[in-house]
Design a protein around this ligand. Structure first.
Ligand SMILES: [Zn+2]
Length: 81
């Protein structure tokens, strides 16, 4: 499942494998991918993109924040369906 892809409104490609959240071809990581088990860590990571001037869709930031405020911080595929 992807949260957002590279496009007109997004400089990041964020998806989940069901276990990890991945920031694919990450500019901060010099083109490598950033992966984390936690929604909170991905939120912090995306804030870094915003601070760098990268476009991150607002709904993605909200969705990630809601995931760890309302539920478990650790990614779990069973909660996605
Ligand atoms: Zn990134």
């Amino acid at each position: 499942m992807s949260y957002c892809r590279f496009g007109n409104d997004s400089d990041v490609y964020i998806y989940t494998t069901g276990k990890y959240l991945v920031c694919d071809t990450c500019k901060i990581k010099g083109g490598k991918s950033f992966a984390t088990l936690r929604y909170s860590r991905m939120s912090v990571h995306l804030e870094s993109h915003v601070a760098n001037g990268d476009r991150v869709p607002k709904n993605v930031l909200e969705e990630l924040a809601l995931s760890f405020v309302l539920g478990d911080d650790v990614v779990n595929i069973s909660k996605l369906n």
